[in-house]
Design a protein around this ligand. Structure first.
Ligand SMILES: [Fe+2]
Length: 281
């Protein structure tokens, strides 16, 4: 097993060109407009607290200073996707591994691998929130354990359906906290407005049984009540949960199970329900 130091590189901020900063500005301004009334308050607070502005690709050192003061997290520049054990080790040590490159102008709307816009504008603002910051560290620790127990796939689904594609119920309606959505203009609209996807109440076992696809908008989103609920759900030992779900069938990305509780879309998903039955709304 390698060490996180083997995968940490220099961002070399001064070497970004004008075109790269211009792409960042384009993406940033577009999302800024879209995300008001769609992103959760914690994300918007984190974004303004970091001062990640429309000016261009931020310098990780400046962001790390601000993050460190808020929640003790740092950004570590990495060359791209890192092995699972290394990824978890970064998180367990409150280091967020971020790619440095930015997508090309012809990839503005869709990119399968993470780039600096996804990692910094999507993930890092949420790390300014103390509860979410603790959740991410706990996830890293849980990941190292899941690797030892052979349940990586189940735990990866938790990350996918919360950190990347999570929704949260607020008094004002459903809001986005998942970074995969926050860094995608199309999915920021689709996840809240389109009647097609399922929006189900968060349930840890249900999430761990649900397969996902990386090449299209999600067919199911899971909705939490608040970040404390998310952190509390992941506090117990997962070993008995892994054993229990190993006996149950997997659930396809678009499938509905008998116990699912569906939430309504934008403006209708009030905190603490009413949650609707599995009948589509
Ligand atoms: Fe991500």
């Amino acid at each position: 097993m390698g060490d996180i130091g083997d995968y940490t590189i220099e961002q070399n901020w001064s070497e970004y060109g004008e075109e790269e900063h211009a792409i960042w500005r384009l993406l940033f301004e577009r999302q800024q407009e879209l995300l008001v009334g769609r992103a959760c308050r914690e994300y918007l607070d984190g974004l303004s607290g970091l001062g990640v502005a429309a000016g261009g690709i931020p310098d990780f050192r400046r962001l790390s200073d601000l993050l460190d003061r808020a929640t003790g997290w740092h950004i570590a520049a990495v060359p791209g996707l890192v092995p699972d054990d290394i990824f978890f080790a970064f998180l367990a040590r409150r280091r967020f591994p971020s790619t440095c490159f930015i997508r090309r102008r012809d990839q503005l709307d869709y990119l399968q691998e993470p780039d600096v816009f996804h990692d910094i504008c999507g993930h890092v603002p949420m790390l300014m929130n103390p509860v979410f910051a603790d959740y991410m560290q706990a996830y890293g620790e849980g990941g190292l354990k899941a690797l030892r127990l052979g349940h990586l796939e189940q735990l990866a689904r938790l990350y996918w359906y919360t950190v990347e594609f999570g929704l949260i119920a607020t008094e004002e309606g459903l809001r986005i906290y998942g970074s995969g959505i926050l860094s995608s203009a199309g999915e920021s609209l689709y996840c809240l407005d389109n009647p097609r996807p399922n929006r189900l109440r968060f349930d840890l076992g249900r999430v761990m049984r649900t397969q996902y696809r990386i090449d299209r908008y999600q067919e199911t989103y899971f909705v939490i009540d608040d970040f404390e609920q998310l952190f509390a759900a992941t506090r117990p030992d997962f070993a008995p949960i892994y054993r229990e779900i190993a006996r149950l069938p997997e659930i396809a990305p678009d499938e509905l199970a008998p116990d699912d509780k569906q939430c309504a879309g934008l403006g209708l998903g009030k905190k603490k329900g009413p949650y609707l039955s599995t009948a589509r709304v």
